[in-house]
Design a protein around this ligand. Structure first.
Ligand code: CO
Ligand code: CO
Ligand code: CO
Length: 304
């Protein structure tokens, strides 16, 4: 039993390993159906990041049965089921408890050929790094709770958070990559640090090329940032060097905890252009090459 990213992997035979993950959280959007979809896409993400195939899932539900209408729960579960159907995953059961605060998520079981499993520890010096979704979901979620995010923006971010990393996972397996991680609670730089440390490389990020949702700069100016953002900065800040031309708001965005974020893929430079085109053709428009791996300093990130 080893733990890679936040998923457990158990090797059954030389060509078959089981991946087991669990993720659940409190609502980040107001619409229960959307929340169900996002929670499901997020729960599947670790399996996709490892190049695996999710097979089955179990619902995890904490619901304030005395305070909240049961139709809310039905809509959440419908969102989860629909997303699992889209992914080709069988929702085989689950467990619910009465709780003061609503929470929803899933435990997912997948399979992977351990010889082809992608981890965050395989990056090689000179790789290009591709990111497949824009950043800023934590900041926009905070703005939404404060009543400051527009309907259009919430709809746009919801679409991205509910989008499966499945296509990106299949394409990266086809092309062949060195390493991958999904961008979630530790933010873009936290997960980048883990990849750098795990692989024994340094990382150089080109801040101008990182895709970001609109309006986040304005929200940061209004201090609409989630608590997790500052925790990520405290924890990973020592390992990151920002050059002077990187605006302060961008530093915040790079530490912003993401929900159902994109994949960060490390691959040989001669393959990067081809994978980027395939991702765009597959309908993942804001994908970008955001940096590269370097020899030194190991385990550190330089942002230009
Ligand atoms: Co996870
Ligand atoms: Co993960
Ligand atoms: Co039970």
């Amino acid at each position: 039993m080893e733990s890679l990213d936040d998923a457990g992997v158990y090797k059954l035979t030389d060509d078959l390993a089981i991946i087991q993950t669990v993720d659940f959280f409190t609502p980040i959007v107001d619409n229960p159906y959307d929340f169900g979809q996002i929670a499901a896409a997020n729960a599947l993400s670790d399996v996709y990041a490892m190049g695996g195939k999710p097979l089955t899932a179990l619902n995890i539900v904490c619901f304030p049965i005395k305070k909240m209408d049961i139709s809310v729960l039905k809509d959440i579960l419908k969102g989860g089921i629909d997303k699992m159907m889209e992914a080709g995953v069988a929702l085989v059961g689950g467990h619910s408890i009465d709780d003061a605060e609503l929470k929803y998520g899933l435990s997912v079981t997948g399979v992977v050929d351990p010889r082809n499993m992608v981890t965050n520890a395989g990056a090689k010096v000179g790789d290009k790094l591709i990111l497949t979704k824009p950043l800023g979901t934590g900041i926009i979620g905070t703005a939404l709770k404060a009543g400051k995010a527009s309907k259009e923006l919430v709809a746009r971010v919801t679409r991205y958070m509910a989008a499966l990393n499945k296509k990106a996972s299949v394409l990266m397996r086809e092309v062949g990559v060195h390493a991958c991680t999904d961008i979630t609670g530790f933010g873009f730089l936290g997960h980048s640090c883990q990849l750098a440390e795990g692989s024994g490389v340094g990382i150089k990020i080109d801040s101008n090329s990182v895709p970001i949702f609109p309006e986040v700069e304005e929200f940061i100016r209004q201090s609409l940032v989630p608590g997790g953002l500052n925790r990520n900065r405290e924890f990973y800040g020592k390992k990151v060097e920002f050059s002077k031309q990187v605006p302060e708001y961008l530093q915040d965005v790079f530490f912003d905890p993401q929900t159902s974020g994109g994949l960060l893929i490390s691959l040989a430079p001669e393959k990067a252009g081809s994978l980027l085109n395939k991702l765009k053709e597959a309908g993942i428009p804001e994908t970008a090459i955001v940096g590269e791996t370097i020899g030194k300093p190991r385990g550190k990130i330089t942002v230009d």
